[in-house]
Write a protein that binds this ligand. Structure first.
Ligand code: CA
Length: 665
């Protein structure tokens, strides 16, 4: 999250006054811990068992309803307190299709009625849980669904997408606009015949679709879907359930589950993996969240006065170091992997979570499948009471196993600091950012030719291996790359700006690490200058498919660049040792030049030697080439996988704001 986004978000959500913990309460560390994995409900035709953890409660009631909202309870059951703070009740008879809530009496006061955090299905707007038979939500052929092959995390090319954005353009040719099912439509075309939607993503050649929050979030009213509404969804309500507004029917809790699975299955069939953006770091509500109604305070960190601490800048921060929230996170991600076949997670504000929890998540998920991709934002949006040394901050990435962090070093090296839009980046001529680009090229790892003292943010390597770095130039936060260039390169004409934009993507896709693309950046996506579009209308957020035609050259270039990366393992080294051995920077270059070679068939590359050079400056620059006969694979924003020509001279004149790739074979 950008801090700015959260500041703006704060103006639109309710802030509850901080409350002091009741004095008679046990310390949270003394709360009993439940080890079983049956919290929530266990459905059987004859009877359904419910279990809720609440050591705080003096009484607990289960209410059964016929609908997801409205009407009176058809049954109310008083629950019994068992071991380790777990309340249980068994409702006789077949409850399939019924809805339910819990309320807790704590210190003489009844809580609101809420679903429990472990609910796996809900009715409209997530207000009541629903009893379903999960197996009955599986689409045909679900048992045979398989993850597309992936050898290494560095083979991934991530495409960051909001469910609505892909299909909301009236010219998308997609029928299920704004829905999970919109990602399942094949053969969709813009009016001029360009591929759109899923066919477009396939054509581009990325490997992973990273979906912005697609669990059940709060800010879109699912009962008013005829009213235009948009939100990114960083406001979690029910973590283990898909968002209802992306389903064709948000009232029947089974539909969103079936359609989410259908989406995953179709994407898998098309060779694409699916990553979920997960926001365990805070809940939309404070006092009134499901967690807090059932166990006040426990799931959240507290500030010095006992109120909610707020490292998310959204009113609260969760306490992953407490066993029962750690357990919740672990079971939740495992559930998405096992029930929905999700292939990876992007942890929002991962720097709020503790290192131990993140490593447990990595261990458990990689036991299920070692190729599951895990990464997150190694920062917070505010101060946390948990010490920095214990949290999953970017600076602590080396202490995490199998988890990557976003590199704001390369992002801002490329484009300039995200919060000062007028500032230029390396690509548009800023003079002092070459070392930050080199830092990005080696994916934040240790390399003898990087002068870490000159890197924009990090003054030392923070990734143990390239697999721990997510390289990017833009994402949903802040200006799109194109809009940023409109602001910070007023002197440039459109064709120059296009060169600058494509230079940025060339750096991302030729750097070591895991490249990450903001959806639509391949067609120079614009949000009309909107910096923070978290709740802006579809007209701002949606992909405008006419740009694929207008900027077809850009699209083709990015597509070929992705193919080049796919065909050349030299760009995808898995270990720091390999990078140190094979990647050599050219030295004593002019200030706005970065150049390096990938030597000796690096990482099994078919090319013996590859030379990559970026000129971020506004003038052409002469580069002295290392010895040998060089063929040209990339120049003037065009790519030839076999080489356009042999370059005869000992120097190469690099055009302003451009990149070249040469090779020897
Ligand atoms: Ca929702």
């Amino acid at each position: 999250m950008s801090i700015l986004k959260w500041i703006l978000l704060l103006t639109s959500i309710s802030i509850y006054s901080c409350q002091t913990m009741p004095t008679e309460q046990l310390a949270y560390s003394d709360y009993p811990v439940y080890r079983g994995t049956d919290l929530g409900l266990t459905y059987q035709k004859e009877a359904t068992q419910f279990k809720v953890w609440s050591p705080s409660a003096d009484q607990m009631t289960l209410s059964i309803y016929d609908a997801g909202q409205g009407g009176k309870a058809t049954e109310e059951l008083s629950m019994k307190k068992g071991e380790d703070g777990v309340w249980h009740a068994t409702a006789q008879g077949d409850l399939l299709g019924k809805y339910y809530t819990f309320k807790a009496n704590i210190g003489g006061e009844w809580s609101m009625e809420v679903p429990d955090p472990y609910a796996k299905a809900v009715g409209v707007n997530g207000q009541r849980g629903m009893v379903i038979d999960l197996a009955a939500t599986n689409p045909d052929g679900w048992e045979a669904d398989q993850r597309p092959p992936l050898n290494s995390w560095t083979d991934a090319v991530i495409y960051e997408l909001h469910v609505r954005d892909l299909s909301m353009d009236p010219n998308s040719g997609i029928e299920q606009r704004g829905k999970f099912l919109g990602l399942t439509e094949r053969g969709t075309r813009a009016p001029n015949g360009e591929k759109t939607g899923l066919d477009h993503i396939k054509e581009l050649g990325v490997t992973h679709i990273h979906l912005l929050p697609s669990y059940d979030y709060k800010s879109v009213d699912e009962s008013q879907l005829d009213t235009p509404q948009f939100n990114w969804g960083y406001d979690p309500q029910n973590y283990n359930i898909p968002e209802g507004s992306y389903a064709t029917d948000p009232y029947d809790g089974r539909v969103r589950i079936r359609e989410f699975k259908q989406m995953v299955k179709t994407l898998h069939e098309q060779g694409l993996r699916v990553i979920m953006d997960v926001v365990y770091n805070h809940t939309y509500e404070n006092e009134t969240s499901n967690f807090n109604q059932l166990v006040p305070g426990y799931y959240y960190r507290q500030n010095e006065s006992g109120g909610f601490s707020d490292a998310s800048a959204c009113g609260n921060e969760t306490a992953s170091e407490r066993p029962m929230f750690r357990k919740f996170m672990l079971e939740s991600v495992k559930y998405w992997v096992e029930e929905y076949h999700v292939d990876g997670f992007r942890f929002d504000l991962m720097g709020i979570h503790d290192l131990e929890t993140m490593n447990l998540i990595s261990r458990e998920l990689h036991q299920i499948d070692s190729t599951i991709l895990l990464y997150g934002e190694g920062w917070t949006a505010g101060a946390s009471p948990l010490p920095d040394a214990e949290r999953a901050l970017k600076a602590n990435t080396k202490q995490m196993n199998g988890i990557a962090a976003f590199s704001d070093d390369i992002r801002d090296g490329i484009r300039g600091h995200v919060f000062t839009p007028e500032q230029k980046g390396f690509i548009s001529g800023q003079a002092d950012l070459a070392e930050s680009i080199k830092f990005g090229v080696v994916a934040s790892t240790s390399h003898p030719q990087v002068d870490y003292s000159k890197v924009n943010y990090s003054k030392s390597a923070w990734a143990k291996h390239p697999i721990q770095t997510i390289s990017y130039a833009s994402c949903h936060d802040n200006h799109t790359l194109w809009d940023r260039l409109e602001i910070n390169t007023p002197e440039a004409d459109e064709s120059t700006r296009k060169k600058i934009h494509l230079l940025a993507l060339t750096i991302v896709l030729t750097s070591q690490g895991i490249p990450f693309l903001h959806a639509g950046t391949e067609m120079l996506r614009t949000k009309q200058g909107e910096e923070n579009s978290y709740k802006s209308p579809d007209e701002i957020n949606r992909l405008d498919w006419s740009r694929k035609t207008t900027h077809r050259d850009a699209f083709l270039f990015v597509k070929e660049l992705i193919a080049l990366r796919r065909d050349h393992p030299a760009f995808r080294m898995q270990t720091t040792e390999l990078v140190q051995k094979h990647l050599v920077f050219l030295e004593d270059l002019e200030e706005q030049l970065v150049a390096f070679t990938l030597n000796d068939h690096a990482n099994g590359d078919p090319w013996e030697k590859i030379l990559v050079a970026y000129n971020g400056g506004p003038d052409s620059k002469a580069l002295d080439l290392p010895e040998g006969t060089w063929k040209v694979a990339l120049e003037n924003e065009k790519i030839s996988s076999t080489g356009f020509r042999v370059h005869q001279d000992a120097t190469f004149n690099l055009a302003a704001n451009s990149a070249i790739i040469l090779f020897q074979n």
